[in-house]
Design a binder for this molecule. Structure first.
Ligand code: FAD
Length: 519
């Protein structure tokens, strides 16, 4: 017999090895020895009240063996001689497009401008230590895309876009912990992601697909509304029949290329702002009601999610990284961009989060109108250049104490930071465009009301958080092709069809299915 139950246990019960079993037996009015096993379907922490509780959704097995955890079989088959599909970009969208092509019996040929995960590490070190950005290999470009050196948070709001569970199980198949199948807020961590990404590459190659690193696509030839050949940086031309374009939100040269060829693009609304960094113990103290004390060892570094309407503009936290690091996510020299990542244990002493505000392409960018569909991209670029100049013309970033930013004065000194290239004190309150700076200042005040202790001089704000999503939309029809180029499938975050690792992966699968229909 299988009984579905919702169980709520406290910290002490959670600490006991058989706490969940005892609670299940108690709720069912039976002896623990009568239960053969418990399958956890979902686990979350409820810290709203002083007494912290763990919520479990479980299936209790009585006189029945526990089943396997996985629901999916991945039907990988030899595709070495099958029809090829060219996939540009090996981020989550490109990786999942390639895996899906193999399941469907087509040969993925992946072209990725960056390096493999091991070699990419050296280029990240150069950004942090030498302030040099390799324009093909950085926090956004390289094997696994922007998702590799990230927090690996696996949340998505786009539940309708595909089967989230399938994506998660495929990550577990490739080495991620199966804890992600049950956690309410699953994450993998930047120390574990490279191995998962490498395993995905190995699967693709084992079944006859191809993955080419340091292979930047620079141009394509079009005939009769179709891409007939891809041109690479080294001058090579590759004939092609189907192209999945999964180049991400930072591939500006691809947006310029499409625009120069008069291929239809649209400016897209997006969000921009800063990253705020607090000591993790402040966030723990607020969220776990333990101010001045260490959080219980069973509790993960606390996170938060904040949103405030300021006049007619939303201000909200984005990609919050508990126990994490702020990283330099620029893709070119001459710009400063910040983002966040954390290790699987989330055990760094800082909590950081993007705090951003909406920029509406049709309402806020009148001065950029002459850039047409690239107006939001040009606005984004200007802000990143401003961060570069005010941060000291290196990868060091402009910073300010949170309270100084809100009260409008330059900081005489800054708090310690996890941002390795370093900070330079700058008057971000006056440097940021008013629509961003003004909204954020009001937003931070309101956040301080919602989370007492959040608005503190012990926090820094660091600029700029500008790559939250793509500033350009590459249109596509219901069959996922570009309306003017019938074998081009804009895919993932770059096209405007995803906003994170999971939604990008789901879109990759969808594009593979579309590209292989009627081949
Ligand atoms: P991308 O991951 O951007 O991949 C695009 C790939 O295309 C890149 O590898 C690039 O090198 C390649 N490429 C570009 N141009 C060319 C070209 N011309 N030729 C060949 N290859 C090319 N999301 C989450 O859900 N959770 C998180 O915790 C999280 N943390 C993040 C932390 C950081 C530091 C960053 C930068 C991002 C984070 N994100 C997170 C966002 C997430 O990584 C992206 O949403 C996701 O990676 C988008 O996937 P994608 O495949 O569409 O594009």
């Amino acid at each position: 017999m299988i009984k579905a139950l919702q169980l709520r246990i406290n910290l002490n019960q959670e600490r006991q090895a058989d706490g969940l079993l005892q609670k299940a037996a108690f709720d069912l009015g039976m002896k623990p020895s009568e239960i053969t096993g418990i399958k956890i379907l979902r686990k979350s922490i409820d810290a709203r009240k002083q007494q912290i509780m763990f919520n479990y959704k479980v299936e209790v097995y009585i006189n029945e063996p526990l089943p396997e955890n996985s629901e999916y079989q991945f039907n990988y088959q030899d595709v070495s001689k099958a029809n090829p599909v060219h996939i540009i970009g090996f981020g989550p969208a490109g990786m999942y497009a390639a895996l899906r092509c193999i399941e469907l019996g087509y040969k993925p040929i992946v072209l990725e401008r960056g390096k493999n995960v091991q070699e990419r590490r050296r280029d990240l070190k150069a950004i942090n230590q030498d302030h040099f950005v390799n324009e093909d290999s950085n926090y956004c470009f390289g094997e696994g895309g922007a998702g590799t050196y990230s927090d690996g948070k696996l949340y998505t709001r786009s539940l309708k876009r595909g089967d989230v569970r399938r994506i998660f199980e495929n990550l577990v198949y490739h080495g991620a912990t199966d804890q992600i199948l049950v956690d309410a807020h699953p994450h993998i961590g930047t120390n574990k992601l490279p191995k998962v990404v490498q395993n995905i590459r190995e699967t693709i190659i084992r079944y006859g697909g191809e993955v080419h690193f340091e292979t930047r696509v620079t141009n394509f030839s079009i005939k009769d509304q179709k891409i007939v050949a891809l041109q690479l940086l080294d001058g090579t031309e590759l004939d092609t029949e189907k192209v999945i374009l999964a180049t991400g939100h930072s591939a500006r040269d691809i947006f310029y290329l499409l625009n120069d060829k008069n291929i239809k693009l649209e400016a897209k609304s997006f969000a921009m702002g800063v990253r705020v960094e607090h000591p993790q113990e402040i966030i723990d103290g607020i969220q776990y009601h333990c101010k001045g004390e260490q959080r219980d060892e069973l509790l993960p570094a606390a996170s938060y999610s904040l949103v405030q309407q300021v006049n007619d503009r939303g201000v909200y936290s984005f990609c919050m990284c508990p126990g994490g690091f702020i990283v330099p996510a620029a893709t070119a020299n001459g710009e400063v961009v910040v983002n966040g990542m954390s290790p699987s244990k989330r055990n760094n002493k800082f909590a950081n989060s993007g705090i951003v505000t909406e920029i509406k392409a049709e309402r806020d960018l009148h001065k950029y109108e002459h850039f047409g569909p690239l107006k939001a991209l040009e606005y984004q670029k200007d802000l990143e250049r401003l961060a570069f100049t005010s941060g000291g013309r290196r990868q060091s970033a402009p910073g300010q104490r949170l309270t100084d930013f809100v009260e409008g004065r330059l900081s005489n000194s800054l708090n310690e930071t996890s941002y390795q290239p370093g900070l330079k004190s700058a008057p971000l309150h006056s440097l940021l465009p008013k629509i961003i700076g003004g909204s954020l200042r009001k937003g931070f005040k309101a956040f301080g009301e919602k989370m007492k202790g959040y608005y503190t001089e012990q926090a820094n704000i660091i600029g700029v958080e500008s790559r939250t999503s793509s500033p350009v939309n590459i249109p596509r029809t219901d069959s996922l092709e570009h309306p003017e180029i019938t074998n081009l499938y804009p895919c993932g975050e770059g096209g405007g069809y995803a906003g994170g690792i999971i939604s990008a992966a789901m879109d990759g699968e969808r594009c593979a299915e579309a590209a292989t229909t009627n081949f």
